[in-house]
Design a protein around this ligand. Structure first.
Ligand code: ADP
Ligand code: MG
Length: 328
């Protein structure tokens, strides 16, 4: 069925179904002029938004609508996790090309609702317009954080360690694989491609970090090199990272060899990992839980400014903040 057969309001009726996960927090959801929710008592509110544009952020030949919906929410939740918070409500604005099928939009929302159900996020509103260009999705998320759990980019102190969660570079490598004929044949490709198409934000980790003593945090959306510069600049410090400590999955090492690429380049400059990078004192680092999430110390905080990368031969070079940059 085509969009014009159901129209804007018919479509909103389809979207409304199962949009609310925690009804106690929502006074008015989809269907009025504005949403109304109960504020989180005693907590700071967090507000973030992220936009995905067809042929800039995604290619509809390479992702399903479901995966795209999942990812569009995931990237917002990752920003909430990086502040130490928990997500609560989302508004979803979509610009739809007229040729899109109603089923595609329903699948887009099914992907959103899946991750929203898992992390208890209510979809409480949005906007629906036609787009003569490509598909555009903008999601705004409201979250909450206890004041003492708030983490900013600006708290890193000389002497802290620089720590990352998970492995880095999988998503960027997965993106390269998606554009290679026959990637489905390689057993190692699936985890990389799914890291790209359906990234899982570190929601369980972010809210615990301040209590463990983390001093600053950021999520890795544009590659470790770029985020390291953000932390260094915001905190007024420099960072020294060690190339051979950066955690790489066995899959990214295998795939990079096949593609003739360096796995470390994916980790440093690739982006869209949606892991967290944070700083923490060495003793506090030792108290971080051993699993299920992998924590790896990849460097340290020093005075001064900038980011240095130390290679396996102990040579240091300035690490450029190269990564995805829209207007470059
Ligand atoms: P108004 O014209 O008053 O701005 P709309 O007709 O645009 O209201 O929207 C009607 C209701 O549907 C509102 O609650 C709005 O938040 C919700 N809504 C519209 N589009 C979407 C969407 N794409 N996803 C979720 N909710 C939506
Ligand atoms: Mg109105």
């Amino acid at each position: 069925m085509k969009l014009k057969e159901v129209g804007e309001f018919g479509l909103i009726d389809l979207i409304k179904h199962n949009a609310i996960v925690d009804p106690a927090d929502v006074v008015v959801g989809i269907g009025d002029d504005a949403a109304v929710y109960v504020p989180a008592v005693g907590r700071y509110e967090l507000l973030t938004t992220d936009m995905l544009v067809e042929n800039v952020h995604f290619d509809l030949a390479k992702t399903t609508a479901w995966q795209l919906g999942y990812k569009a929410v995931a990237v917002n939740l990752s920003d909430i996790a990086a502040m130490g918070g928990q997500p609560r409500h989302a508004v979803v604005s979509i610009g739809l090309p007229p040729h899109l099928e109603v089923d595609d939009v329903v699948e887009l929302y099914n992907g959103m609702k899946e991750i929203c159900r898992e992390f208890r996020v209510n979809i409480i509103g949005g906007d629906t317009v036609s787009s003569p260009g490509g598909l555009v999705i903008n999601i705004g998320v409201v979250g909450a954080v206890e004041p003492e759990k708030l983490l900013r980019r600006s708290g890193a102190r000389p002497g802290d360690l620089v720590v990352v969660t998970g492995t880095l570079g999988d998503s960027a490598c997965g993106l390269d694989l998606l554009f290679r004929q026959g990637w489905e044949e390689f057993g190692f490709a699936w985890p990389l491609v799914s890291a790209h198409l359906t990234p899982r934000p570190q929601m369980a980790v972010g809210p615990t970090l301040a209590a463990f003593g983390a001093t600053s945090a950021d999520d890795i959306s544009d590659g470790l090199a770029s985020e390291a510069h953000e932390l260094a600049r915001a905190s007024g410090v420099s960072l020294r990272l060690y190339a051979d400590k950066i955690p790489l999955s066995a899959e990214v090492v295998q795939a990079a060899a096949m593609l003739g690429k360096k796995p470390l380049d994916y980790a440093l400059f690739g982006g869209e990992d949606y892991q967290l990078v944070f700083t923490i004192g060495a003793e506090d680092f030792d108290r971080l839980p051993n699993g299920p999430v992998l924590f790896t110390a990849v460097g340290e905080v020093l005075g001064g400014q900038g980011v240095l990368l130390v290679d396996a031969a102990d040579a240091s070079t300035e690490l450029e903040p190269r990564g995805y940059n829209h207007f470059r």
